[in-house]
Design a protein around this ligand. Sequence first.
Ligand SMILES: [Zn+2]
Length: 217
Amino acid sequence: MPHRLVLLGPPASGKGTQGRRLAEDLGLAYLSTGALLRSAVEQGTELGKQAAPVLERGEYLSDELMCSIMGEWLGRQKGGWVLDGFPRSITQTDFLSAWLADKSLKLDAAILLEVPLDELLIRLGNRIECPECRWSGRKQDLNGADRCPECGGVPAPRADDTPTNFRSRLAEYEENTLPVVSRYEQEGLLHRFDATRGPDEGAKRLLELVKSLKSHG
Ligand SMILES: [Zn+2]
């Protein structure tokens, strides 16, 4: 069974929702770099203070800072994981490959969530997140309630989810992350996944896909 996975996809492609469910179904640790940073900002940690102005502009942290945060997080993990939001550039991809090689580990798969642009824009306006536990989903996932299904907190639209920020993140994705997609494709690790279905059907099919893959050790 694969146990070291990377999720790739444009902003609002569902990496958070799908990544979290996939990790849960496979018994793996899940890391959303976005949720990690937003939580650091709210807690006012040193990292949060560095990240706050960058995130407010809808931009991403420098490769150097992200790699150091990730090295720390990866080093704490005892088992496998699903990464959402990392690697986001070739520099970060090189860092992850070197980190794994150093420990004689291998990435099992990189899964690309594919969603057309017009649907991404609809999803963006519909996206909410729980400030307590970082559950994320769509307004309709609350089934008319206003409470987080996981912890009872009150989910709200993400402060950084403005159309301007979305455009900026999408441009950043095309410039920096599409080369990562090509890299994993060359390495034979890339699997494309049609992520246009609803979250339940999507999760089921994604789990089927991942279970059909081999572990590289
Ligand atoms: Zn919650």
